[in-house]
Design a protein around this ligand. Structure first.
Ligand code: NAD
Length: 309
């Protein structure tokens, strides 16, 4: 078997090193506040990782636990506190549209997760900067951004092509179309030039910028395709199905494909996928946390710039 297994630890190492050096060399101490208002063990684990990684990098992290009905006021307090540079919330809190409302209560200038409507809108519309002079990059949601970094690291992005078109010619299947990861990821990759098959329990959509990347931003079309049609065509297969029993059918994967799992559960049968894939990334959590910190430093800089204008 010639499959190379690439761990999130290796992918995130250079980002963590860069962050550590930035914080040390510039003698800054950006502060991130995380709000935990649920009993989800996965959220508690994520908070634990965030605390550990921030401590290693030199970023101040404070976990604030509260009741879900107190959360909105707690967020407003943190929005108004100039000692807090970044805010994140461990979702789901209410598990419905109220969570979407809370995402927009977080001050856009402190939203390290990039979940505020302004960032989400800009991402879908391929608007990459916050200002006309193009000095301030938009914040991109951490997990989709982390997956882009995974794909850059393993060489799916082609550095010879111009920025913004580096996935031209690549075919990617994403099994998950959640609003938090799968749909934004499909849009990001299609905006970068890929043809993306976005799979969910109800069917498959195609995200693309057309032949020769003639469109400035991606468009979406409905298809009648099935997973057995798209997997054999895909250079990259990314999966995030939150079910322990779900396994991507390895026999349908193209020989030499890049296979990436972001679900908490192992969506690929490790032994089987190693017989087919050229590269297998079993998990990405550490890259997500590195992106969270990177977004924090970016927002910290924007706040400093604004306070000195
Ligand atoms: P979700 O429940 O909101 O979405 C699940 C998606 O998978 C939906 O689009 C659904 O239609 C699709 N799906 C479910 N079963 C399917 C099937 N059999 N075939 C095709 N599609 C199917 O979940 P989510 O918030 O997107 O999280 C998904 C997983 O990713 C979870 O395990 C979560 O813990 C993990 N996650 C990891 C990170 C990270 O950084 N590693 C970040 C966020 C979420």
């Amino acid at each position: 078997m010639s499959c190379k297994v690439v761990l999130a630890q290796s992918i995130s190492a250079s980002y963590r090193e860069e962050l550590k050096n930035t914080v040390k060399d510039r003698n800054i101490r950006p502060k991130l506040v995380g709000f935990l208002a649920n009993d989800d063990p996965a959220a508690a684990k994520y908070a634990e990782w965030t605390a550990k990684t921030c401590a290693e990098t030199g970023i101040e992290f404070e976990l604030r636990k509260c009741l879900r009905n107190e959360l909105e006021n707690k967020i407003v307090e943190a929005n108004q506190d100039s000692a807090v540079h970044g805010i994140m919330v461990y979702y789901p809190v209410f598990g419905d549209r109220q969570d979407q409302y809370l995402q927009n209560v977080v001050d856009v200038g402190k939203d390290v997760e990039g979940l505020h409507h302004k960032y989400v809108y800009n991402m879908y519309h391929n608007i990459r900067f916050l200002d006309q002079a193009q000095t301030k990059k938009c914040i991109i949601p951490c997990t989709p951004l982390g997956l882009v970094k995974v794909m850059e690291y393993v060489g799916v992005y082609n550095g010879i092509l111009p920025y913004g078109n580096r996935l031209h010619g690549r075919v990617v299947t994403i099994i998950n179309r959640s609003e938090i990861v799968g749909r934004p990821l499909a849009a990001l990759l299609a905006n970068d030039g890929a043809k993306v098959y976005s799979v969910d329990i109800n069917g498959i959509q195609e995200f693309h910028r057309g032949v020769g990347l003639k469109l400035k931003k991606h468009e979406v079309t409905e298809t009648t395709l099935k997973i057995e049609d798209v997997l054999p065509l895909s250079d990259v297969v990314i999966t995030g199905v939150p079910t322990p029993s779900y396994k991507v059918p390895s026999d349908l994967i193209r020989d030499g494909a890049v296979c990436i799992n972001f679900s908490t559960f192992k969506n690929f049968d490790a032994d089987e996928i190693k017989k087919k894939a050229s590269i297998y990334v079993p998990a990405v959590g550490k890259v997500t946390v590195a992106m969270l910190e990177r977004n924090l430093v970016r927002l910290y800089d924007y706040q400093i710039q604004e306070s000195t204008v």
